[in-house]
Each structure stands twice: as C-alpha cells, then as structure tokens.
Design a protein around this ligand. Structure first.
Ligand SMILES: Cc1ncc(C[n+]2csc(CCOP(=O)(O)OP(=O)(O)O)c2C)c(N)n1
Ligand SMILES: CC(=O)[C@@H](O)[C@H](O)COP(=O)(O)O
Ligand SMILES: [Mg+2]
Length: 611
C-alpha cells in the first residue's frame, strides 16, 4: 500500500490545503465520470475530511462513515490514491468503506443509518478491555432519518457513551430531505453559533480590566443571547444528554479544526458537531443539481429503465385508480418522481425508514386506500419483520415493488438484491411475481390495479431496461394472468426454467440453446400445470435465477421432483452461490456468477438453426 497522504496534510498551510482540495475534487470527478460513482456527496465533505485527519488520526481513532458513499476522500488520504483509479470496477476499490479493503475502514457500509450503532458497539467492545479511544461517527442528514439512528441515539447517555457524532447537514438526502428533524436541522442558521458568541464574550471579559467585576451582569447578557441563538437542534440533542456544538460552516477548514478540537477534548459524554455543507460543493453543475449528481453513471443508455416504466405506467393509470405510493428517499431511483410530476399527492417520501414504510402501507390499505411501496430489493432486507408480522400475518393486500432485484453492478455486494426470493418464499400467504420484460411489468401493474390483490404481492425486477418506447408499452397494456410462459419448445430432454427478466436480458442465448425455455413470471405461486407437462423422467433440468441458489426458486422445482418421484437425468441450478457477489458491471457479473452462457452452451448444445 502507498504511503498515506494524511501524514502530509498536517504539515500543509491553508493555501496548500485549498489547492489539495481542488486537486481532490478534480480527481474524484474524473474517476466517477469514467467508472461511475457518487459525486455530489463527496464534493461536500472534502474540507471536512482534510480537517478531520489533521485533528484526529485515522489509524488510532475509529472513524465510521455512515452509508460511506461519501468516503472517497477518506480513501484518498489513507493510502488509496493510486488504487482509486479502479473505483467500483471489478477487483477494484469499493465505492464504500470495506473492512477487507483497508485497515483504515473500521466499519463497512452501503446501507444508511448504521454508523452510530457501530460506533457505540466499538466503544462497548473497547471499554470491556479498558481501551480508551476516540470514536467518531460521520453521518449525513438523509441517513439521520433512519430508524436505527434514533434507536442508537436513545442509548448513548444511559450507556455513558463518549462517542462523537459529526452530522453533515446539506439539506439533501438523494432528493430534498424530509421529516421534522430535517426541518429543525435546516432551520438552524450558521449565525446561531452559540459557542462562538459565548467564546467571544469570554475573551472580551478576560481581556477587560473590569471584566472580573461585571462578570455576573454579563452572564445574564450571555444567557439572554443563549435564548436568542439557542436552536431547536441543540435542544433536541442536549435534551438527550448529547452535547451539541455548532452549527459550523463545513467548508471552512479553520472553523472545522477549531470545532473538531472541541469535540476531541470533550470528555463528559456523547457529543454531536452539526455542520452545514453544500452538496456538490466546488462544482457549479453539481451544486445546482445535487440530486442528478448524487450518483454519476457514465453509460449514456438509450434504454428505458424498469424504474421509469413503473413511474410512467403509474402516472398513466393515476387518473383511473385511487392509490398512494411510498418511497424510502428514493423518488428518482424508483421512478416515482415521474408519477409525482402529475400526482404529487400520490407519492409519499418517508425518508430512509423501510420497515416503517412497509408497516404504514399495510395500515393505509386497512384504511381503504390501495397502497404501493417501491423499495430497492437490498434495502427491503431491513423490513423483513414488518413483512411477516405486520403484513403477511394480517393478510393485507399491499403491492410491494422490489426495484434493483438481482445484480446491480458497480455498487457491489451491499446493494445486490439477490436474497429477496429466498427471504420471501418462506413467508406464507404472499405472492412473488417476476415479470419477464418491460411490457410484462407494465401489464402486471395494470392487472393488480384493475383486479385488486388478494394477498400481499411482491413484484421484483432488476436494474436495467430495454430499448422500447414508453408510448408503445402504454398502448399495449393488457390484463395478464398466466403464471409461467413457454418461450420456445425445442427439446423434450432439456428444460430450462428462467426466472423473470433474465428471459429478456439473455434472449439471444435462449434462442440459441437446444432446449425448451420456460419463463417464470411467478415464483409464488408456481405453475403446477407446466411442471406436470415438462418435468418428466429422463429430462435434464436447468434453473436460472438472479437470486441466491439457497432458498431460491430452484427449490420449488426440486421439491416437486422429489415429491413426485420423477426420475430426471440431471439438474443444474444457476444463481448466486453461497458467497457474496463482488462489484463489476451488471453484464460481467451476470455472465460470470449467474447465467454462465458458455457453460450452458456446452452443457445443452445449440440448435440446428444456430449451427
Ligand atoms: C437503507 C438505505 N436506504 C436507502 C439508501 C439509498 N441512499 C443512499 S445515500 C442516500 C441519501 C443519503 O443522504 P445523506 O446521508 O444526507 O448523505 P449526502 O449524500 O447528502 O451527503 C440514500 C437515500 C441506502 N443507502 N440505504
Ligand atoms: C449509496 C446508495 O445507496 C445509492 O446512492 C445507490 O448507489 C443508488 O444506486 P442506483 O444508481 O441504482 O440508484
Ligand atoms: Mg445530506
């Protein structure tokens, strides 16, 4: 590993630091435009990270980055300047902190809201060994909306914690931040810096000859000022026993250093430093449109994404059907912003609160309004108990859309949605649907709105899209009810079950193979008729799914074969093995870890047509 840069920044003067900050901004911009990555969030914490590692020691002190999409500067300063060129590429540097990548990454993340719990845990672990360390959680205002944050904050005082929280408040999640706490945090103005005013008064008193005599009178004035500048954020945190510092301009290195020293020296309990920052700082286009530049994807794709299909179809059907939809701070990612553009009242952003949303939608439905929840598959993992305890058990017919189900690509293992079929299959009384393509997804949405649901229903679809016009999709909307679809019948011996959109993604491959191809549109319930017709003695069965093999759809087929004592010749399951799939492009990961086209060609053989 190269010599970490953080040693050098301690010897730099402010001019040199400013020039390094510019260099870092340009380097990050160049890299993410080549490799994809998170831009605006990183631009917003350049000064913070520089100041942080002048005051704290990234080796000795435990710094935990929440979500960690903004930890690029941390990576650059802790020995990964050269390696950063491989950001988010296969075998390259991760876009998030990763304890296997560097000794400076004390806790891995990708999902939001875990940093304070992790900081608290480190502290408990060290305390048990009488080790005293600075432990710092750095968290954005968006991540701060997560339920876990409240759960951990609530324990700090009673557990005699001394962790230090740095709250990076740029008033943005991916889109504008929501909720009461965000409102309170945003209301606090930089001029309300109570500690700066307090210090000024103290300095004046100390330098004045009569100062000592009139201290009592001035204390009263100071208390008066405290009331004027006292902010609600301070009252929330101090009410919880967490010492509040700030707000501080998060782009002013000198102020940052001063306040970082305050929190470093504060030893009476937990404390929080509230920073005000600008998302996208230093690059005009990103400052103007931080939502667009939250994440940069370099592939200028003409494809219509599945998320946009959802947004557009719901927008189209919004007039006829009465429903509301919920998002967990992912309006743009899920395409619900498209629905919102026509029906703002139909889109409710509840912040990064996936379990809460799943439950709230259930009660919304009980109150008589059709409820749709649109959450990325990997983030839905958080809501597993809500799904079982609040929804399935009470048989509430809510529609859950699992976007980014399967391999997501460069975000890597924290974000691949390859577990949902496994964790949902075991839940009684629900349905799991897996559309084969964009039109199928649109048709399913139309069908559930038209016919209503009998059970909690999950529709899972991947990142990606198709070269198709949304107008054509909308013009061709139709009601659908078949569970599985026989795509082609070419061989009685080789039967390939392909789950969901892999039918579309690999359509040329299915065309080539000397096999009968069955597109699985419903994982639960299964299509008994097709099973009976195609799974016979002496067949070779192949099952391909963008999900973990363990607990995956393949288990339905295996159970059927065993129960019915069918004497098949062979069975191959293709999907995610019992390992975490790394980062890379979606295509390269699908080829290598899931579909394995070369293997299939070899094993099954290609058709006479192709030969
Ligand atoms: C559990 C979970 N839900 C949703 C997301 C998607 N997500 C990633 S970053 C982000 C916004 C974070 O905002 P903030 O913490 O304020 O950081 P900023 O980008 O503004 O610096 C969201 C919603 C996630 N990573 N984890
Ligand atoms: C950090 C995070 O969780 C999100 O920003 C995620 O990277 C978004 O991914 P998409 O590009 O798939 O919306
Ligand atoms: Mg933010």
């Amino acid at each position: 590993m190269e010599n970490p840069l953080y040693h050098k920044i301690r010897e730099m003067d402010y001019e040199e630091l400013e020039s390094l900050a510019n260099k870092i901004r340009n380097y990050i911009y160049e890299t993410v435009t080549k490799n994809t990555g998170h831009l605006a969030s990183n631009l917003g914490v350049v000064e913070l990270t520089l100041a942080l590692y002048r005051i704290f020691d990234p080796k000795e002190d435990i710094v935990i980055w929440d979500t960690s999409h903004q930890a690029y500067i941390h990576k650059l300063l802790t020995g990964r300047w050269e390696a950063f060129k491989t950001l988010r590429q296969k075998n390259g540097i991760s876009g998030f902190t990763n304890i296997f990548e560097s000794e400076y990454d004390y806790f891995g993340a990708g999902h939001a809201g875990t940093s304070i719990s992790a900081a608290l845990g480190y502290e408990i672990g060290f305390k048990n060994q009488n080790i005293d360390k600075n432990i710092i959680a750095i968290i954005g205002d968006g991540a701060f909306t997560s339920g876990m944050v409240l759960e951990s904050l609530n324990q700090l005082k009673s557990l005699h914690s001394k962790i230090k929280i740095i709250l990076v408040n740029n008033e943005m999640s991916i889109s504008e931040n929501v909720g009461a706490i965000a409102k309170i945090l945003n209301k606090v103005r930089l001029s309300n810096d109570y500690y700066a005013i307090k210090e000024k008064i103290k300095d004046t008193l100390e330098s004045s000859e009569v100062g000592q005599d009139i201290e009592h009178t001035l204390k009263k004035i100071r208390d008066g000022i405290k009331h004027t500048v006292y902010n609600e954020a301070m009252s929330i945190f101090e009410g919880m026993g967490i010492k509040y510092y700030g707000p501080v301009d998060g782009h002013d290195i000198k102020s940052l250093e001063k306040y970082l020293r305050f929190i470093k020296n504060y030893d009476d309990g937990p404390c929080i430093l509230h920073l005000k920052t600008i998302k996208g700082k230093g690059m005009d286009f990103a400052e103007e449109n931080p939502t667009k530049y939250h994440g940069v994807s370099n592939k200028k794709s003409e494809k219509l994404s599945y998320s946009k299909v959802v947004g557009n179809v719901l927008k189209e059907l919004g007039e006829k059907y009465n429903f509301v939809s919920f998002t967990a701070a992912m309006e743009e990612g899920t395409g619900l912003n498209i629905l919102k553009s026509r029906y703002p009242e139909k889109v409710i952003d509840m912040g990064i609160t996936e379990p809460s949303i799943v439950t709230a939608a259930g009660a919304t439905r009980l109150a008589g309004t059709f409820a749709i929840v649109d959450i990325y598959s990997s983030f839905m993992q958080r809501a597993f108990d809500s799904i079982i305890h609040d929804i399935a058990l009470q048989k509430i017919p809510v529609l859950y859309l699992l976007d980014r189900a399967g391999i997501v690509g460069e975000d890597g293992p924290t974000h691949h949605g390859v577990f949902d079929i496994s964790y949902l299959r075991l839940v009684p009384d629900i349905e799991i649907l897996t559309p084969l393509n964009a039109q199928d997804l649109a048709n399913m949405l139309y069908t559930v709105l038209e016919n209503d649901l009998e059970k909690p229903t999950f529709i899972r679809f991947p990142r990606g899209g198709e070269y198709i016009d949304i107008k054509d999709i909308i013009n061709n909307l139709e009601l659908v009810d078949e569970k599985w679809k026989v795509i082609k019948e070419e061989s009685k011996e080789n039967i390939v079950f392909v789950v969901g959109q892999l039918i579309e993604e690999y359509k040329e491959l299915w065309d080539e193979l000397n096999a009968t191809i069955i597109g699985v549109r419903s994982v639960k319930p299964i299509d008994e008729g097709i099973l009976k017709e195609y799974i016979k003695d002496n067949t070779n069965i192949f099952i391909v799914e963008e999900n973990a093999i363990k607990g995956g759809f393949n288990e339905e087929i295996k159970t059927y074969i065993i129960k019915n004592k069918i004497n098949i010749d062979s069975l191959v399951e293709l999907g995610a093995n019992d390992e975490f799939i790394p980062q890379g492009t979606r295509k390269e990961l699908l080829d290598e870890y899931i579909v394995k086209p070369e293997y299939l060609r070899e094993k099954i053989g290609i058709t006479h047509k192709t030969k």
